[in-house]
Design a protein. Structure first.
Length: 275
C-alpha cells in the first residue's frame, strides 16, 4: 500500500513542507505521497474522520495545532507540556498520536547557529510557535522572557504552557505597541512581516541573536536588518527543516533521514520564489 501524508492548515499554499518531505522520500526510496491541503479552523475533526488506512501522518500548521488536541489518543512529552501538536501520527487501529516536533526543531536550529548563553529573550507574538520556541529556550537555560503580543489577553495558553516546564523562566507579557528598546540575548519573531514596523525593528536592534520563524516571504524586514548588521540569524527554513526531520523519522520509522537533501530542496524552492 502506498502511504499518504500531508500538511494541513489555512493558509497552506505557501508551505515548503511538501518539498522537504518529498525530497526525503526520494532519497529513502519510498513510494509515498505528501500533499498540502487547506483545512480551515473548525474543520480538522471532519477531515481526519474521512481518512483511510493508507494515511500515515499529518503535519499541522496554523490554525490547527491546538485544535487537534481533543482528537488525540496519545501525546508525546512536548505536546503534553505545550498544549499543541504539529504532527499527527495515524495507525490502522484508530490511534491518533500527537507529537510536537517544533520544540526539538527549535533546539536544533538554535544549537547549530550559536552556542551563546541565551538567558534573556524577547518573543514577538504569543501563538503555538511562540510557545514551542520558548520551551526550547527553557531547555537551554532561559531565565526570563518578555512576550510582546498585540492582545495580551490572548497569551494565556502560552503563559500556562511555559509555566509547566520543569525549569520555567520568568515570563512578562506586554503589548506589542508598547515595545521599547530591549536588552535581551535573543529575539524570536513569530509575527507577520507586515507587523514588523520600524518601531518594532528599532526596539530589537541591539539584540545579538535573531530567530525569525517565518520563511515566506523571505527575507522579512527583521531578517534583512539582522543580516545587514552582522547579527546571528536563525531563519524559518532552519526551524522547518529540523522539525520536519523529526516528522519524517516518526512517520516513516526511518532513522537515516537525509537532512542535506531536504535542506537543499527547501533552499532551491525558496530561491525560485519572488522576493
Amino acid at each position: 500500500m502506498i502511504r499518504r501524508c500531508a500538511v494541513l492548515g489555512d493558509p497552506v499554499e505557501h508551505s515548503l513542507s511538501p518539498v522537504l518531505h518529498r525530497a526525503a522520500y526520494a532519497e529513502l526510496g519510498l513510494d509515498w505521497s505528501y500533499d498540502a491541503v487547506r483545512v480551515a479552523a473548525g474543520g480538522l475533526a471532519t477531515y481526519v474522520e474521512g481518512l483511510g488506512d493508507e494515511w500515515r501522518g499529518l503535519s499541522l500548521t496554523m490554525p490547527l495545532k491546538r485544535e487537534v488536541m481533543p482528537l488525540l489518543t496519545s501525546r508525546d512529552h512536548w505536546t503534553e507540556i505545550s498544549g499543541v501538536a504539529n504532527t499527527l501520527l495515524l495507525d490502522n487501529e484508530g490511534g491518533r498520536h500527537g507529537l510536537n516536533t517544533d520544540v526539538p526543531g527549535a533546539e536544533a536550529a538554535l544549537g547549530r547557529a550559536t552556542d551563546a548563553a541565551l538567558h534573556e529573550a524577547l518573543v514577538l507574538g504569543g501563538g503555538a510557535t511562540a510557545t514551542s520556541v520558548l520551551l526550547a529556550l527553557a531547555e537551554r537555560g532561559l531565565r526570563r522572557a518578555t512576550l510582546a503580543v498585540r492582545d495580551p489577553g490572548r497569551a494565556a495558553d502560552t503563559v500556562a504552557a511555559v509555566a509547566r516546564h520543569r525549569h520555567a523562566p520568568e515570563l512578562i507579557v506586554t503589548g506589542l505597541a508598547d515595545l521599547g528598546p530591549c536588552a535581551a540575548d535573543v529575539v524570536v519573531s513569530t509575527i507577520p512581516a507586515t507587523a514588523q514596523t520600524d518601531a518594532v525593528l528599532a526596539a530589537v536592534d541591539d539584540v545579538p541573536v535573531v530567530f525569525e520563524v517565518l520563511y515566506d516571504p523571505w527575507p522579512t524586514p527583521l531578517a534583512e536588518r539582522a543580516t545587514a548588521s552582522g547579527r546571528t540569524l536563525v531563519g524559518g527554513l532552519d526551524l522547518l527543516l529540523w522539525q520536519a526531520v523529526d516528522q519524517v523519522r516518526a512517520m516513516t520509522g526511518r532513522f537515516d533521514v537525509p537532512v542535506a537533501a531536504m535542506r537543499a530542496a527547501g533552499r532551491a524552492r525558496l530561491a525560485e520564489r519572488p522576493h
